[in-house]
Every structure is written in C-alpha cells, then in structure tokens.
Design a protein around this ligand. Structure first.
Ligand SMILES: [Fe+2]
Length: 321
C-alpha cells in the first residue's frame, strides 16, 4: 500500500534522514528532481547516508565517498577507482516512492507497487493550502481513529468544533466507495431522551457534515465545497505518528488570497488539533483491547480494512519492537 510519509517540501537536494514505518530512511532528490528513498546506512561501515550529499543522480556517503544510485546500488567506491566494477552485493534496500498532492508516498509491502497513490479528486490545483506537522506519541491507528471518531466532539472539543452539547450519536453512516475509501456521515444531536438511530434508519443526504477516508492514511473533513481539512498520518515507529495537517481553501478563486486565508485559519485548527492530542496521547496503544460501541462504526470499518494488511499488522503488533 502507498503511505503518505512526508510533505514534498521537506525533501530537497540535501538528503533527509527520517524514521518512517519503523525504518531509518534517507530521502533525497536526484539531479532531475526525482525523489528516492533508501535505507539510511552505508553498506561499508554503516555511516548514515543522510549525513552525506547528492552528487548528480547519486547519493554519496560522507565517510568514504561511496556513491549510491536511486535503486540503492553502489556505483562508485572511490578508493578502488572509477574503473572498478562494484559487485552487486554492495547495495541497500530502495523503497518505491511517488509524489502526489504535494506529498511523498512510500510503498509499504513485499510485492511490487500496485497503482498510484490516491488523493481526493475533489481537491484540485485550484485550492491553496497551509500546512503544519506534529509528532504524536501514539500508534498509527490511534491517530487515524481520532479523526474517524464522531463521538468525541462534544467532550474533547466542547469549546470549539464540538459546541452545542450534541452528545447523542445517531449512526453514523459509513459508505464504502471502493476497497480503500469510504465516506462517513455525522448525525449528532442534543440528547432529549430520544432513541438513538441505527445507520440504516438514516439518510446520508440529511447529514450536515461528512468526511472521507482513503486507506491507509489520508483523511478529509468536507467542511464546504471550498473549505477542507486534510490530514495525513505517517507512521514513524510502532508508537509514534507524524501527522501532517492541511487547511485547503478555494473561496475567492484568487490563489494568494485563498492561501492567506488558510494561513490565518491555521491557529484555530491547531487549537482543535491540540485538544485531540491531549487526550489521544493518554490512550493505551493496543487497539485490540477496545470495547467499541455503535458510534464507533467508522473506526470498526477502518479496522476491518487494516487487519487485512499483513505487513501493517506485523509492523503494529508483530514480534518485538
Ligand atoms: Fe477531534
């Protein structure tokens, strides 16, 4: 599966050493601007490639100048000369990468990449956005599920987006679009003693709020046609997740103005986001012990999909850390 792991603007010509999906990786752009991701060590004596530099289309180890191509093969060992043919075994693992929607995506899985990374097709080039990122000390599913959780609003966000004491959670309705993406619709109400409705009793068209999720780690809150909050959840380690939050706007149609407005709206989004962080970071990491209720339907659907991915389950729950 394709994981959004970095914002495109984080990867320049200078190699970037980061941890993602439990691995130390180096991301860098070759002479043509194409992004590559390799294991972040030199096969020779294990120095970090991320401490090196890019030379043409290769990354050079800072220690003895070994040069690696984008496929992770050593192409030059300076001490042995340019005429020396470097044996095949001098190589590090290279991860398939792609760029889309201003994000760098990493293929996670043993098989060859299938298809392209997916983003929301209703957010096009016409939108401007502001972005910020933050590390949360929670496993990846905890971070995602917080954004799929419609029950927490009147508690965690009672002073912001959850005002109005709408504690009664009808449904919610989850509508799968295809194997990897679903919409979910919110019908929260103030509790006046009425019976809570099942999803099948609700009409998605009557919902004021809907959100969308693309497995494994892309989420959007469709606030209005021209206003969206998008989050990418990049697993760092089993118990850490880097979250990229974007506020997309296309209100005036003038990019610079939309961009400015999204920047101005960012502090409010941060406040909301930090209301979440404070509580979510207290959650026990293992989602398997949870006792879910009807209002958690989007979370249940996410988990069904998650547990079908062996490499992800292994990363989250397998063996030793
Ligand atoms: Fe929240």
């Amino acid at each position: 599966m394709w994981f959004a792991v970095l914002s495109s603007k984080e990867v320049g010509k200078k190699p970037l050493g980061v941890r993602r999906l439990g691995k130390d990786l180096v991301f860098w752009r070759d002479g043509k601007g194409k992004v590559h991701a390799l294991e972040d060590f030199c096969v020779h004596r294990r120095a970090r490639l991320s401490a090196g530099r890019v030379v043409g289309d290769r990354i050079q180890c800072p220690f003895h100048g070994f040069e690696y191509d984008g496929e992770g093969r050593v192409r030059l060992i300076p001490a042995l000369g340019k005429s020396y043919e470097v044996p095949e075994k001098f190589r590090v693992k290279a991860y398939p990468v792609a760029e889309k929607a201003g994000m760098v995506w990493l293929w996670f899985g043993e098989e060859e990449p299938k298809g392209e990374p997916r983003f929301f097709d209703d957010i096009d080039e016409g939108f401007a956005y502001a972005e910020f990122r933050e590390l949360w000390r929670v496993p990846f599913p905890r971070a995602v599920e917080n954004q799929l959780d419609v029950m927490h609003l009147p508690f965690v966000h009672n002073t912001t987006i959850g005002r109005g004491n709408r504690t009664l959670v009808h449904g919610p309705v989850v509508k799968w679009i295809d194997e990897d993406s679903f919409f979910f619709y919110v019908f929260n109400e103030e509790d006046r003693g009425q019976r809570v409705k099942k999803p099948e009793e609700l009409n998605p068209e009557e919902s004021r709020v809907y959100l969308e999720f693309i497995f494994p780690n892309v989420w959007q809150n469709h606030i209005s046609e021209g206003t969206r909050v998008v989050a990418f959840f990049a697993p760092v380690d089993r118990d850490k997740t880097m979250i990229y939050l974007r506020f997309y706007m296309r209100l005036t149609g003038i990019r610079a103005l939309d961009g400015l407005m999204s920047k101005l709206a960012m502090p409010f989004n941060k406040v909301v986001f930090h209301q979440d962080k404070r509580v979510v970071e207290t959650q026990e990491g293992d989602i398997r012990k949870d006792l879910l209720v009807q209002g958690d339907l989007p979370i249940m659907e996410f988990r069904k999909r998650l547990f079908r991915e062996k490499v992800l389950v292994e990363f989250l729950f397998g063996g030793e850390k």
